[in-house]
Design a protein around this ligand. Structure first.
Ligand code: ADP
Length: 435
């Protein structure tokens, strides 16, 4: 691969991994969904079990206690079907896809903890994640859920965790990144892959963003015994993820949970005509009073514009928070948390940063720059995701698009046409309309 495309792939991977981590950090409770789970059984003749309570799963008391201690009252939508499948005897393989925050991690952590035999002092469950940080995040869930089951020990197979060649791991659950796990299984022989009975591949969509991870994952999988239970999880399901999943998980059961459909039906959409960036800023200041009655998000195309806009608004005496790609994931998570709690009213951000954030509570969205793809065409999907509402929330919202060129007007027209919804002109000197 040419250096450039390699660098591009690496940065894409980093973005995806950071986004996943951010999602994990900000989802402190389940994402609600009214969509039905779609289940495809490997053996369509076997009965389909689903559970409505954790008791029905006949978990060890220590585990049930751990589950309740985490504040879980009943299984999430995806857990209702996934848990009985994962805990079935003989073990069943599973590919599961649902958006972040729907309970996948909790499900496979519970499955791993249930399958372990703590009297055996060797690695029995192996979980791989795309990055060190994501592995740690899952590790925390294992520790939390296994709080009342201290006999079960956890090891991290991550870079920097050096063990001697031939040292035998005593811990029953191993979580790590593909490179180190592969080393531990092959070169260093710290783990005997033949003794692994549960293999989990988490965040498959992030994993496949680098060829290296994909290859390593497949090499690890090939070392495992045939009867080992293989589980794969992904937040999204493009073709590439699907192809990879089929290579890693033989004879799978499949569980899918669709995202809620978003609509523009309850959104009032406007555009404001300006001649340049400065005029857009002035127009924004004019409507500022009206928009800050509620919580607002302002989207810019680049980090630079976002930084500039946040600084200018601050100079004008407005209180705004900036969510930018330069920030660490922890910093970003902290800002999102403050915004969610209502401590911040206005958030200036770029698209990359906000992807995956559920903005139901936001009732005003300003597109300081309209979303476009790399060819300069309207990015309809992003537009919908920025301002759309899921039917269930159905709250009314307001979207204002700032136009400063023929090109942006053109994008606006494309968006109007795509959604077949008129976007009206807003006169920022006369705001009666939006109030
Ligand atoms: P995913 O892996 O799909 O992103 P998680 O398993 O991390 O989802 O769950 C998202 C959030 O919901 C976490 O904070 C988790 O503790 C919580 N959660 C998971 N399962 C349940 C449940 N059955 N009841 C209540 N909360 C849950």
């Amino acid at each position: 691969m040419a250096t450039d495309s390699w660098a591009l792939a690496a940065s894409k991977f980093k973005d995806k991994a950071a986004q996943s981590l951010l999602n994990k950090m900000i989802h402190t409770s389940l994402v609600n969904t009214t969509n039905q789970v779609e289940v495809l059984q490997r053996d369509p003749n076997s009965p389909l079990y689903s559970v409505k309570t954790f008791e029905e799963l006949r978990l060890k008391d220590k585990l049930l206690k751990g589950v309740y201690d985490m504040g879980f009252n009943r299984p999430s939508k995806i857990q209702e079907n996934a848990l009985p499948m994962m805990l079935a005897e003989p073990p069943q393989n599973l590919i599961a896809q649902s958006q972040s925050g729907t309970g996948k991690t909790a499900a496979f952590v519970l499955a791993m903890l249930s399958h372990v035999d703590p009297t055996n002092k060797w690695a029995q469950c192996l979980c791989i994640a795309p990055t060190y940080e994501l592995a740690l995040q899952t590790g925390k869930v294992i520790e939390q859920m296994g709080k009342f089951y201290p006999e079960v020990k956890l090891a991290y197979a991550i870079r920097g965790n050096k063990l001697d060649r031939g040292a035998k791991l005593q811990e029953q659950i191993v979580i790590g990144t593909p490179g180190t796990v592969l080393d531990w299984c092959s070169k260093l022989k710290i783990i005997n892959p033949k003794k692994i009975s549960v293999f989990v591949l988490d965040e498959a969509d992030v994993m496949i963003a680098t060829q290296g991870h994909q290859d390593q994952s497949i090499r690890i999988q090939r070392m495992l015994p045939k009867e080992c239970q293989m589980l794969l999880f992904s937040a999204t399901f493009e073709d590439s993820v699907w192809k990879f999943a089929e290579r890693v998980v033989p004879d799978p059961n499949i569980i899918k949970l669709k995202r809620e459909e978003e609509t523009l039906d309850t959104i009032k959409q406007y555009y404001v005509l300006c001649s340049d960036k400065e005029e857009k800023f002035t127009a924004l200041c004019n409507i500022y009073g009206a928009i800050t009655i509620a919580q607002a998000m302002i989207f810019c195309h680049t980090r630079r514009t976002a930084g500039w806009l946040a600084a200018e608004l601050t100079k004008e005496g407005h209180v705004v928070a900036l969510l930018s790609g330069e920030m660490t994931v922890e910093q970003r998570a902290a800002i999102i948390e403050r915004f969610r709690e209502g401590k911040e009213k206005v958030l200036v951000t770029t698209n990359v940063c906000s992807r995956g954030i559920d903005v139901e509570q936001v009732s005003v969205v300003i597109n300081f720059d309209l979303p476009m793809d790399k060819y300069g065409n309207a990015d309809n999907e992003t537009y919908l995701h920025r301002i759309g509402r899921t039917g269930r929330f159905g709250k009314r919202g307001l979207a204002v698009n700032m136009i400063d060129s023929k090109h942006s007007m053109n994008i606006l027209n494309q968006i109007e046409e795509h959604f077949n919804k008129k976007i009206n002109k807003l006169d920022t000197d006369d705001l009666d309309e939006i109030e």
